[in-house]
Design a protein around this ligand. Structure first.
Ligand SMILES: Cc1cc2nc3c(=O)[nH]c(=O)nc-3n(C[C@H](O)[C@H](O)[C@H](O)COP(=O)(O)OP(=O)(O)OC[C@H]3O[C@@H](n4cnc5c(N)ncnc54)[C@H](O)[C@@H]3O)c2cc1C
Length: 292
């Protein structure tokens, strides 16, 4: 329960935060909602010498529309996603995700930026952002850069962010007509991490065939992953119940869960099949597919 000692900084600007990261290197940790970092510090799994609190930097929060994208500021809280009208109506996949993360108290503080930057394969936003083909906006000493989500997760708890970079926003392309997305998570109890979760975002053409599909999986690999074989099995096809089942079967094959307190690997593969099929059906329904 007792974290190690640390120096605390609350910079008032992004450039100050980046300068602190540059100065202290790997000794420093950014603090966003603190809902993953502080528990780890209390167990002394991490003992940062320097904490750089992002919460007093103006402009890091907020949900906005920009050039055909939904932009989530890094400090957007889970609870804000639940309340946002654009998210509720146009991005039900994000709403699906936010409401199954932790509990209301945690969601008042936990941020989307922190959920992604933490890169825990058990976190829920990574799969959803993989499905949405999001981009991560990061600022470091040399200015801003954009990282495609497919290149963002590199290992367990490891992202493509440099030690002196701050994730400032997440840019999500607004899906076109006849698109739908859904996130389905299977968990032991409310507030727990997923046994398995699946995020699907797809688009249909006039004839009802799948013209694009991205599937992200939660907690069934050492890092957040896309189910690319499952995607390939659906692309260009009519999403019949048979095609859905085949894609779900492939997702169950290509994931690589470990056996732990949430169950043996085989069970998690079975859950992956189920959540993938359910997410596909719900995404198709939302895309307006006739008889999904
Ligand atoms: C009881 C409980 C249950 C939970 N259940 C779930 C769940 O079911 N699903 C789920 O997805 N999550 C769950 N969480 C985790 C919660 O959503 C986390 O808080 C979140 O993943 C991290 O966000 P944060 O803003 O709290 O980040 P912090 O804890 O502040 O930071 C986490 C890490 O990300 C880094 N970081 C944060 N922001 C940035 C940034 N802008 N740029 C660069 N690095 C940054 C930090 O340095 C740190 O290493 C749970 C947490 C608790 C306490």
């Amino acid at each position: 329960m007792i974290p190690g000692p640390f120096e605390y900084h609350a910079p008032a600007s992004l450039s100050e935060a980046v300068a602190l990261l540059s100065e202290h290197g790997l000794d420093a940790k950014l603090l966003a909602g603190g809902q993953s970092l502080i528990p780890l510090m209390k167990f002394r799994f991490v003992e940062p010498a320097v904490i750089v609190d992002l919460n007093r930097i103006p402009g890091l929060g907020g949900i906005r529309r920009e050039n055909g994208h939904l932009v989530l500021g890094a400090l957007t809280r889970e609870a804000e996603l639940e309340d946002d009208e654009a998210v509720r109506t146009e991005f039900p996949i994000i709403l699906d995700t936010a409401v199954v993360i932790a509990d209301p108290l945690v969601r008042n503080l936990a941020t989307v930026g922190g959920n992604l930057a933490h890169a825990d394969p058990a976190n829920d936003h990574p799969a959803t952002m993989l499905a949405l083909g999001a981009e991560i906006v990061a600022t470091g000493p040399n200015g801003e850069r954009t990282i495609p989500i497919d290149e963002f997760f590199v290992d367990t708890f490891t992202t493509a962010l440099a030690a002196d970079e701050v994730l400032t926003a997440i840019r999500i392309p607004v899906p076109g007509p006849r698109s739908g997305g859904a996130y389905v998570k299977f968990e032991r109890k409310a507030g727990d991490y997923a046994i398995a979760g699946a995020a699907v975002q797809l688009t249909l053409d006039e004839a009802g065939q799948v013209t694009s599909v991205r599937i992200g999986l939660t907690n069934v690999n050492y890092m957040p992953m896309r189910a690319k074989q499952a995607e390939a099995a659906l692309l260009g096809k009519e999403p019949t119940e048979e095609a859905i089942r085949e894609a779900a079967r492939l997702a169950g094959e290509e994931c690589d869960p470990s056996s732990d307190l949430r169950g043996p690997a085989d069970y998690k593969r079975a859950v992956t099949r189920t959540v993938t099929a359910r997410a596909l059906r719900r995404a198709l329904e939302r895309a307006g597919a006739a008889a999904a």
